[in-house]
Design a protein around this ligand. Structure first.
Ligand code: GDP
Ligand code: IMO
Ligand code: MG
Length: 441
């Protein structure tokens, strides 16, 4: 102890990678606990950009250990490429620093083939997945046909299972999905052999390592992927991902009990974005939406797809705060709103003329929701270079305090640029300040 969960509070891409990197200056370990390489977490340090899909965002802090928990699904090819890139930049990614839980599952090429074929079959009704095989890999975990990293130590025992899987998935691809794609067993098997050779030295017991770290009083950061509104149960179903993305998943995806979490921080942009399909009540389908996309560089870190942009949504955020038990929020990308004359904030929804308090369970109903807005005066100043709360323009501070008041949740940190240094604490961020400084909170 102490420990901290950093979680996305919108539809992903809130800046979790940057926030995790910022908060880990004195952390002992960072744990990824769910999702897979659908995630794309960006770190910018002294002008150098690092994009991470599977490796935890503590990897650029040389004294921090990085763990990938049992709840993560891993495309070994993507992970090996990521490790090679980091190694080339001089980052230590040795097995003493990066450990993957033996119970984590592999994403194999038949998972991504099924993911893509299903999306194609759905046509205009597609979910807009990243095509990385995330859903099919989690399905195999649930149906107990998935391949865990532990199995890479006994390849001969694994072979017949993979052969069965490939045959069955090929049948499904052709007979059900009417896809012409066929998965070649030999290719799948050689990818497994490569994974075994390179990853076995990294395989360990992350649950135990984190348990022991907490017992020694070390600082642990749990790094979420995606965002609360993409949670497989509580997100905007069916337009969600296939894992739990909320803070509770830090426990089940790592293998530690509820006492392991001291503090939960929700990360949210000062506006809202979404990639893929699904309702988005505050979406801006006009030139302002386009301007925010360009200024904010709102293109997917993983797929390069343009992100849909819209106003900050307090109804959705209240839900995210509740689902995660967030102690405070980090607001990122405040700099992107500079120069907008009037900034809107969604404070309520109406559905069929009636006020509603939360996101409806049916996507069809959510698509009909009408947002209720308040409007605040914007600011013109460029925020880059600001490192102290009081240096923010008065209207920017008013924007933040208005959000905090509506949400009844403190804002502990504000980010005004992609760089590690473009980050500032609010006056009430005692826990996080001491976490970063290395003191005991
Ligand atoms: P994540 O998936 O939540 O880690 O977020 P992504 O990395 O996918 O997307 C966030 C993008 O915004 C990245 O390109 C970051 O470098 C960038 N970013 C993060 N914080 C800020 C900020 O405060 N201002 C600006 N302009 N960019 C930021
Ligand atoms: P990070 O961690 C934003 C979205 C996809 C799609 C839906 C389902 O970078 O915030 P999937 O491939 O998971 O089955 O796709 O979820 N999605 C994300 N959107 N950021 C992410 O991760 C995402 N990971 C998945 O766009 O709408
Ligand atoms: Mg991302």
């Amino acid at each position: 102890m102490p420990s901290l969960v950093v979680i996305g509070a919108q539809w992903g891409d809130e800046g979790k990678g940057k926030v995790v990197d910022y908060l880990t200056s004195n952390a002992d370990c960072v744990v990824r606990f769910q999702g897979g390489n659908n995630a794309g977490h960006t770190l910018v340090i002294d002008g150098v950009t690092t994009k991470l899909h599977l490796v935890p965002s503590g990897i650029l802090r040389e004294n921090t250990k990085c763990y990938i928990g049992a709840g993560v699904v891993i495309d070994a090819g993507v992970l090996l490429q990521e490790l090679a890139g980091l190694r080339k930049s001089g980052v230590n990614v040795s097995p003493s620093r990066l450990v993957i839980d033996a119970n984590a599952h592999l994403i194999l090429s038949y998972h991504s083939a099924i993911d893509k074929a299903r999306e194609e079959a759905k046509g205009v009704n597609k979910i807009g997945t990243t095509g990385r095989g995330i859903g099919p890999a989690y399905e195999d975990r649930a149906s107990r046909s998935g391949v865990r990293l532990a199995e890479l130590f006994a390849l001969e025992d694994l072979k017949p299972k993979v052969l069965d899987n490939v045959n069955e998935r090929n049948e499904y691809l052709s007979a059900v999905l009417k896809s012409s794609v066929r998965v070649d067993f030999k290719e799948v098997w050689s990818s497994i052999e490569r994974a075994a050779e390179a990853l076995c030295p990294h395989v360990g017991n992350v649950s135990l390592l984190v348990h022991e770290a907490l017992k020694r009083g070390e600082r642990v950061v749990f790094e979420g992927a995606q965002g609360a509104l993409l949670d497989q149960s509580f997100g905007t179903f069916p337009y969600v991902t296939s894992s739990h993305t909320i803070s509770g998943a830090a426990l089940t995806g790592t293998g530690v009990g509820p006492g392991a979490i001291d503090y939960v921080v929700g990360v949210a942009k000062a506006y809202c974005t979404r990639v893929g399909s699904g309702p988005f009540p505050t979406e801006l389908l006009d030139t302002l939406g386009d301007a925010i996309r360009e200024k904010g560089g709102e293109y997917g870190t993983t797929t390069g797809r343009p992100r849909r942009c819209g106003w900050f949504d307090c109804v959705a955020m209240r839900r995210a705060i509740r689902l995660n038990g967030a102690n405070s929020l980090v607001i990122t990308k405040l700099d992107v709103l500079s120069g907008i004359e009037k900034i809107r904030v969604c404070i309520g929804y109406s559905l069929d003329g009636k006020k509603i308090e939360d996101i409806p369970a049916l996507a069809g109903e959510y698509a009909k929701v009408v947002p209720v807005y308040i409007e605040l005066d914007g600011w013109k100043e460029n925020l880059s270079g600001i490192t102290k709360w009081h240096q923010l323009p008065a209207n920017a501070r008013l924007y933040l305090s208005t959000l905090s008041e509506i949400l009844a949740c403190p804002i502990s940190v504000v980010s005004v640029g992609a760089e590690r240094a473009s980050t500032l604490f609010s006056s009430g961020a005692e826990f996080l300040k001491s976490f970063v400084s290395g003191e005991r909170p």
